[in-house]
Write a protein that binds this ligand. Structure first.
Ligand code: BES
Ligand code: ZN
Length: 666
């Protein structure tokens, strides 16, 4: 049978299996069984269909074992230039003489394979995946044979992973800054690689820069600690000894200083911000680490450090190994946003050691991480009320995301179809919260004591590997097989509904102790909505929220927002004034308040919103604020975007541009 014919049969079979699974004719288990059978029969030849639809690489023929990046950070040209070397291993026997790598907007100068100049070509761009790089070998290596390749390259202006800041765009305005954000599929815009979470490699970083450098590996003792006096480039070296997927490759360079925040932890940030950042993080970091270790097993990465980035960092946090990258919005002066650190730290087990095999199973990364993050909160605070508090906030985020997509949307499922799609477009709170709720449901079903035995087992079984949702199911059921009682309970799980039903999961009975006061206050405000001008016993005062945590205020604001009718403008404005919500340093609070004010069509809030959109580049705030502003004043939204687009990270810029275009069409 010709290769093409096999490929055709395989691809149509994969479609057939997926369609059937979606139609509910086959259970996940049955269809998985079938696909395994199928690949077993066929795979003695070339292709077994890869699990990850978002890579163009032929990673079912080759596996990257080690990657060494030697790059010069050229601030004046805003690019990286150098060599990337991959050691790859053949995982098929004498079948492939071509290595295909993901590559997007990278300028390639030359390629060597096995020490000799190699033939190579880049395929036509396929959005959103880039242009596959095809490297021709002059033979077909045998199973397990290793091949070394070296690529001379430079990044381009279109690179989606890197943001370059001019000195004027940084806080002390003295030096330029650059940082990367590779999740989900942006590593390929720094260097050609197998850009799939289903492949893990060890990494070396040899980076030259005039300014301090940070990377997702352990730093060499000899690394310089301050900018070079004369602007010359100094060498910084890092090594990541634990195999990681390409999306965890991370670098940053700028005027960065460091301080200790715990026995195995350092915070790095701009010299002027160092004191505030240290205060915010030093109390909790080691406590979180210990709590995480007590739930799973010892921390595997040596150090746990945090880099607090400039405000255009597009996420709350990114779990880059050794160095979590974090938004400066967590430095709120009240230690109320350190849950982001508990979250990123939890990824040290879920995501970084045990990874989703593709972005279709992203809940395995984020749902597990949200679960661990909330267990850590409970341990640190000494009560389970705290995780329910956080879970209630999460349920609201889930509700917003489901409403945004629509209840029947593919991306509201736990396991999603990303064929031909951009994982960034699917990003929302759904994998986090539906994933959390799934694990919470299983925990309640079998009891926390039993579930706690499974946690280390799961993380040990998949340590250093990648898995999909069916592997998760098998691991859970197999672990409890010897225990008839637990197994009987697990038999109740309706796996296909959890995996494939769009919309809401069943809502658990959360402990509302910590949110009750906030709900009661929200009800009082709702009185104004029902009867805006009538007499009222309720006279809002700053005492209403005295002694509250910022997160209780968040719950209050969300409850008001979730109300079916909007608060009249006069009252919304008054709320902002009495509770001092318009200008608080805690963006979680002010950004939510702005939504209430915008919904009430309070034009005076626009100035605050526009100001925030020029100061914060975290997508969690930026995208909803633009959505609100678009409804209130579309022209102003476009004008604000035009003004700030260079401030935003390319990923954020792209997403907001899409949002603005989308709403115009409506
Ligand atoms: N890994 C994510 C961030 C991410 C996801 C980047 C997908 C790119 C693509 C990170 O761990 C995360 O979840 N961050 C949250 C923090 C929050 C849930 C505490 C964020 O950015 O808001
Ligand atoms: Zn996360």
């Amino acid at each position: 049978m010709s290769k093409n014919k096999i490929r055709h049969i395989l691809s149509s079979t994969v479609t057939f299996l997926t369609t059937y699974r979606r139609l509910g004719r086959l259970s996940t288990q049955e269809s998985r069984g079938l696909s395994i059978l199928f690949t077993r029969n066929m795979a003695t030849t070339t292709i077994n269909s890869p699990r990850d639809p978002n890579t163009l690489s032929n990673y079912n023929n080759w596996r990257t074992l080690h990657t060494s990046t030697t790059l010069d950070i050229l601030f004046d040209q805003q690019k990286l230039k150098g060599t990337v070397a991959h050691d790859l291993q053949a995982i098929t026997d004498g079948e492939s003489d071509e290595i295909i790598l993901d590559s997007s907007h990278v300028l390639i100068h030359s390629i060597m394979a096995e020490g000799k100049a190699a033939k190579w070509e880049t395929a036509k761009r396929l959005e959103p995946y880039g242009s596959a790089l095809k490297i021709k070998l002059d033979r077909k290596p045998k199973l397990n044979e290793k091949i070394g390749i070296q690529i001379e390259l430079e990044t381009t202006e279109s690179c989606t992973a890197l943001q370059w800041l001019t000195p004027a765009q940084t806080s002390n305005k003295k030096h330029p800054y650059m940082f990367s954000q590779c999740q989900a599929i942006h590593a390929r815009s720094i260097f050609p690689c197998q850009d799939t979470p289903d492949v893990k490699a060890t990494f070396d970083f040899n980076l030259k820069s005039p300014l301090p450098v940070i990377a997702s590996g352990l730093g060499a003792k000899e690394n310089p600690t301050s900018p070079s006096a004369d602007g010359s480039h100094q060498l910084y070296q890092f090594h990541q000894r634990v195999p990681i997927p390409a999306y965890l490759y991370a670098i940053a360079s700028g005027d960065i200083s460091t301080a200790s925040i715990g026995p195995r932890s350092t915070v790095a940030t701009g010299p002027d911000e160092l004191k505030d950042c240290t205060w915010e993080l030093e109390e909790s970091t080691e406590k979180f680490l210990k709590a995480g270790e007590s739930l799973v097993y010892p921390y595997a990465w040596g150090e746990y450090n945090v880099l607090v980035l400039p405000p255009s960092f597009p996420y709350g946090g990114m779990e880059n190994p050794v160095y979590t990258f974090a938004t400066p919005t967590i430095i709120s002066g009240d230690r109320e946003n350190v849950d982001v650190i508990a979250h990123e730290l939890s990824h040290s087990w879920s995501g970084n050691l045990v990874s989703n095999a593709s972005w279709e199973h992203f809940w395995l990364n984020e749902g597990w991480t949200t679960y661990l993050e909330r267990r850590i909160q409970s341990i640190v605070h000494g009560s389970d009320q705290w995780r329910d508090f956080s879970a209630i906030i999460g349920w609201q985020a889930l509700t917003d995301s489901i409403k945004n997509f629509g209840e029947e949307h593919e991306f509201t499922k736990l396991v999603i179809d990303l064929k031909g799609k951009d994982p960034d477009d699917a990003f929302s709170s759904i994998p986090y919260e539906k994933g959390f709720n799934f694990l919470y449901y299983i925990e309640k079903l079998i009891g926390q004591q039993e579930f706690d035995k499974f946690i280390p087992h799961y993380f040990e079984t998949w340590r250093g590997k990648s898995l999909d949702s069916y592997d998760f199911k098998t691991t859970l059921l197999d672990f409890f097989k010897p225990d008839g009682k637990v197994s009987a309970k697990l038999a109740e799980i309706d796996w296909d509904t959890w995996f494939y039903k769009p919309g809401f999961p069943p809502k658990p009975d959360f402990d509302t102790t910590l949110v009750d006061v906030a709900y009661r206050l929200a009800e009082k405000w709702e009185g104004f909505t029902r009867n805006p001008d009538g007499p009222s016993d309720f006279k809002p005062s700053k005492l209403d929220i005295e002694g509250w945590t910022a997160n209780q205020v968040v719950v209050f604001l969300e409850k008001v927002m979730a109300s079916k009718t909007t608060l009249p403008m006069r009252h919304a404005n008054h709320m902002g004034d009495v509770y001092k919500l318009k200008d608080t340093r805690n963006v979680e609070v002010s950004a939510r308040y702005y939504q209430i004010a915008m919904a009430s069509r309070d034009q005076s809030i626009k100035e605050f919103v526009v100001k925030m959109l020029g100061q914060v580049g975290r997508m969690k705030f930026v995208r909803p604020l633009y959505r609100g502003l678009m409804k209130l004043d579309y022209e102003r939204a476009v004008e604000t975007f035009e003004k700030n687009k260079d401030f935003y990270h390319p990923i954020c810029r792209g997403m907001v541009a899409k949002d603005l275009m989308g709403s115009k069409k409506e």
